[in-house]
Design a protein around this ligand. Sequence first.
Ligand code: ZN
Length: 263
Amino acid sequence: MEKLIERAVRDLCGSAYAIALTGAGISTESGIADFRGPSGIWTRDPEAERRAYRSYEKFLRNPKEWWEERLTSPSLLGNLEKAVPNPGHYALTELERLGILKCVITQNVDGLHQKAGITNLFEYHGSVLKLRCVSCGLRFAQDAFDLEKLRREDQLPPRCPKCGGIIKTDGVAFGEPIPGDVASQSLEEAGKCDLMLICGTSAVVYPFANLPRFARERGKTIIIEINADPTPLTEEGISDYLIQGKTGEILPKIVEGVKKAVK
Ligand SMILES: [Zn+2]
């Protein structure tokens, strides 16, 4: 493994435009449950998964009722707002500060990269820390609206101050299209990079899973995986190599190496 970490350090230092893709694996080390793992949220509660599949349709049909239900029932993911970043998140932020990493594209909705201070962040599936207007796409901090007050005054759903559109949580629901801005910006980044660091994701959920494949088709991009286990990307030869283990342990080692090398 040490050899592969050294190789990753060399590759990162030699890159002109490195980007990172992250998934659930980087967040489980912050105590956040994944969905499909052995003790995942859907695995433990299949009925919750069926409800989640119907949620977006319900929002479109009756956003007022959707919001009321949301404000009165406990969140499926537990109290995500209290979760804190782990050494893996901070290592990526450090790589961005060193000028090596140009952006992070994440599948995670937990907002932990934001909390860890990444500046150029694309939250592919949205963020629990934000709300979004479904008409114009404008995003708001979660506390930009007094949702409880709106509920008491029978004013739900919240409305966009810019266009009057209906406000939804930013997290992308099943069946909901990926917001156009992050979808196109992410594709642009994947097309531009010469190194892609894939951390804690098996990249099987589409269209996110297209990003490494798109980068691979362009040929010269170096694709490095850091994951607990081999993934379809490893097996299909999409990635050049896999550093197997915890992102919270491997990424800080890579940062150490990069810092020594740039000195
Ligand atoms: Zn709007």
